[in-house]
Design a protein around this ligand. Structure first.
Ligand code: KG4
Ligand code: ZN
Length: 341
């Protein structure tokens, strides 16, 4: 089965063609970051317009190079969660193509795409595992028994991790999206006397809370101002260290709670090197397996949507009488797939 995957939930237009059986994958990615930078964050209306402008030509170009539209067995797209206007663009294109070409169409859960992205690598993690999903809009620990069998173990009560990175980076005067910029600023530091709190680690449970860290950063900045370059770098380092340690403690707790030996990290913040290092050290120490998607599959992309949707379509799932998108959509509401429903 060969599917076209379309991702348009936020500020990346991702298009991919995947052969589910052979794993042959071709993709295109267009990031709108430059467009949103001057506003310090994603402007939803601009995002929708940019998807409209880019998605069509990208699909035509990719299909020209991968056997044409007739070679497709179906079209899958991100149905949610995400920005409603942005989602509508991918959904409308997918449904329009499906109708015009008489091919099946299926809406995919964006976070399932992230969660299954490590499966695109050669050494696929085996079920069951704990997934740490850390992106700009979500932060959660998920018990993954099989495809479609997800139980959320804990979520953020306020800001997502990526959001906390972005907001703290903004306070430090860094451009949007601040996560990678803050990480780069922190990379030159190895020690500091600044200590940021580790939110909610001293009480039981797997919930997160990151909004306090941003306030702590703001207070630290006011206290130390005017900031030297070294101050800025140390604040970035102390913030990142606190976030990474908090995530590591909660991951360890989730592994103990489920009894699983395997951890999968996905979502944009999964690209963070310090997080990768710290989780690798934890895994080594306790004999866990830890998997990360390739860097290119951490942030939004079409391949992960083609993969998740392709698996489901190969198992017979289709959209039936679907005309909406789902800006809010829980992973727990997804069906299993035929083999393990
Ligand atoms: O998964 P993603 O591409 O989009 C959403 O679905 O939200 O994640 C984007 C988020 C942004 O907040 C970005 O700042 C953050 O991931 N991010 C990072 C790094 N790379 C991306 N945060 C920390 N360190 C990084 N290296
Ligand atoms: Zn995402």
């Amino acid at each position: 089965m060969k599917v076209l995957g379309i991702e348009s939930s936020c500020d990346e237009t991702g298009i991919a063609v995947l052969d589910v059986e052979t794993g042959e994958l071709h993709q295109r990615l267009y990031s709108q970051i430059e467009r949103h930078r001057e506003y310090g964050g994603v402007v939803p209306e601009l995002a929708s317009r940019d998807h409209v402008a880019k998605a069509g030509p990208m699909i035509i170009e990719l299909l020209e190079q991968t056997g044409g539209v007739d070679s497709l067995d179906g079209i899958v797209y991100t149905r949610g969660p995400g920005l409603i206007g942005a989602l509508m663009v991918g959904a409308s294109i997918a449904r329009g193509m499906g109708w015009a070409l008489n091919k099946p169409v299926l809406g995919v859960h964006h976070m399932e795409g992230h969660l299954l992205a490590p499966m695109l690598s050669a050494d696929k993690p085996e079920f069951p595992f704990v997934a740490l999903l850390v992106s700009g809009g979500h932060s959660m620990l998920v018990d993954v028994q099989a495809v479609g069998h997800y139980q959320i173990l804990g979520e953020t009560l306020d800001d997502a991790v990526g959001e906390a990175f972005d907001k703290t980076a903004k306070l430090l005067g860094l451009p949007y999206p601040g996560g990678p910029e803050l990480a780069a600023l922190a990379a030159g530091v190895t020690e500091t006397e600044l200590v940021f709190p580790r939110p909610m680690v001293d009480r039981p449970g797997l919930e997160f809370s990151f909004s306090g860290l941003k306030t702590f950063a703001l207070n630290t900045i006011s206290r130390l101002s005017p900031l030297s370059e070294q101050d800025r770098a140390e604040i970035a380092f102390a913030f990142e260290r606190a976030v990474v340690e908090t995530l590591q403690i909660k991951c360890q707790r989730a592994l103990q709670h489920t009894g699983y030996r395997s951890l999968v990290v996905a979502g944009g913040v999964g690209a963070n090197r310090r997080l990768r290092q710290q989780l690798a050290v934890m895994a080594e120490k306790h004999g866990y397996q830890v998997s990360f998607p390739a860097m290119e599959y951490c942030t939004d992309n079409g391949a992960m949507i083609a993969y998740a949707g392709g698996l489901r379509m190969a198992a017979g799932q289709r959209d039936v009488d679907v005309s909406d998108v789902l800006p809010r959509w829980s992973l727990e509401d997804l069906p299993g797939i035929a083999a393990n429903a």
